[in-house]
Design a binder for this molecule. Structure first.
Ligand code: UD1
Ligand code: UDP
Length: 363
């Protein structure tokens, strides 16, 4: 059985890696790594291959950046050639980035079974490009592997038949558990001058937060206020770095007391910094999940989340800008609500995916 595993952008690599390793352990199964090239900087791509013990991709499509149509269309054209020539048993796509929907479309039209890992998540906010990618990918995928019960319900409510859906759990947790020892040994926090439990980590990259000068300016002001109470370390996503520069906000942020800016961190380094933090301020999807798993307070600067279990069970809270200072005050005081870990976020999701592939395609 040949299985195409599609990875494209930073949050994809930690979803693909556990599955790659689990498939390789099956005798006679061949994982074929496809990198679309949506993310290409060394610290947004290569660093993760190293940390997650992934070999070089079998196919690198080198599509790069562009408008949504350019990127989605570019991936489709490049991947169609590979998929049709190789005709794998199935194609696994993960998450909700442009390359996810592009490769799912290619597979569906070439009549190659498509499996979506992290299916069924819904923010119900169609101004998010990812929500369009999720809806479209789930509509055309043959098998829908979900991380949590809410995702199953979303799919059933959309009329998806039950046999297409399998609750497998959260594969990101498999990556964390695979690298737990390295993460615990990593010394990045002290190298950055951070004191255990006495700083917050910030990650922001959603267009709704960083693409307009006015909203990014307000965010910078709020972060300055927060950093005066709890030092922050902010690894800058390339989108955010370029917007801070374009809007003339970089110097103000960089020179604010308590603010440490750095380049995007590798997975082990980043998780080590998160593990030592008092809390996290973010708009990332994956970081909402990782903090819930680790029981670390997470303040999400968004109006909605496609990952509601991180709020109902976990440590995540959605915070609008007008409530930001109150939320930071609670974080600093140590009064943040505690949470529990959602079912099947246990480090064994990749094995459940392999069992599913065996049942569906093994014969
Ligand atoms: C993409 C995903 C988003 C995901 C995020 C994870 C879509 C629509 N968006 O957003 O869902 O949360 O990745 O990080 O698929 N750039 C670089 N170097 C890189 C990659 C990007 O400089 O290696 C810059 C380019 O200027 C590019 C911009 O960042 O135009 C945005 O990159 P893109 O992949 O289009 O979107 P992200 O914001 O990264
Ligand atoms: N991450 C990382 N280094 C960083 C910031 C994030 O390794 O500097 C990891 C983080 O642990 C999580 C993933 O990247 O596993 C999330 O990616 P991102 O926030 O870019 O995308 P999203 O999850 O929002 O789609």
């Amino acid at each position: 059985m040949r299985i195409h595993l599609v990875a494209a952008a930073r949050p994809n690599f930690m979803k693909i890696a556990p599955l790659y390793h689990a498939i390789r352990r099956q005798s006679g199964w061949v994982p074929v790594l496809i990198h679309t090239g949506q993310h290409y900087d060394a610290n947004m791509s290569e660093a993760f291959f190293r940390d997650l013990r992934l070999p070089r991709p079998d196919h690198h499509l080198e599509v790069g950046s562009g408008t949504h149509a350019e990127q989605t269309g570019g991936v489709m054209m490049a991947y169609e050639r590979v998929a049709v020539a190789d005709r794998p048993t199935c194609i696994v796509v993960v998450g909700d980035v442009n390359s996810t929907v592009a490769c799912a479309l290619v597979g569906a039209k070439a009549r190659i079974p498509v499996v979506h890992l992290e299916a069924g998540l819904r923010s119900r906010d169609r101004s998010m490009p990812e929500e369009i990618n999720r809806l479209a990918t789930d509509a055309i995928s043959d098998v829908l592997w979900t991380p949590s019960g809410d995702a199953d319900e979303n799919l059933l409510n959309e009329g998806v038949s039950r046999e297409r859906i399998e609750l497998v759990g959260n594969v990101m947790i498999d990556s964390y558990e695979m690298l737990r020892t390295e993460i615990e040994r990593d010394a990045t926090p002290s190298a950055l001058g951070l004191l255990q439990g006495r700083y917050a980590v910030v990650t922001l990259h959603r267009p709704s937060n960083v693409d307009r000068a006015e909203s990014l300016g307000q965010l910078v002001e709020e972060l300055q206020w927060a950093a005066a109470r709890l030092p922050i370390v902010f690894p800058l996503h390339p989108r955010t770095r370029s917007r801070l520069q374009a809007f003339g906000l970089m110097d103000r942020l960089r020179s604010a007391p308590g603010v440490t800016l750095c380049d995007p961190l590798g997975y082990v380094q980043f998780m080590s910094v998160v593990c030592g933090a008092k809390g996290v301020i973010t708009d990332s999807g994956g970081v909402q999940e990782e903090t819930t798993y680790l029981g670390i307070p997470c303040l999400t600067l968004r109006d909605n989340t496609e990952r509601p279990v991180t709020v109902s069970l976990g440590t995540n809270r959605l915070v609008r800008l007008d409530a930001f200072r109150d939320a930071v005050t609670v974080l600093v005081s140590g009064g943040w609500p505690v949470g529990t870990v959602p079912p099947l976020w246990d480090g064994h999701t990749a094995q459940r995916c392999v069992n599913s592939l065996q049942r569906r395609f093994g014969g």
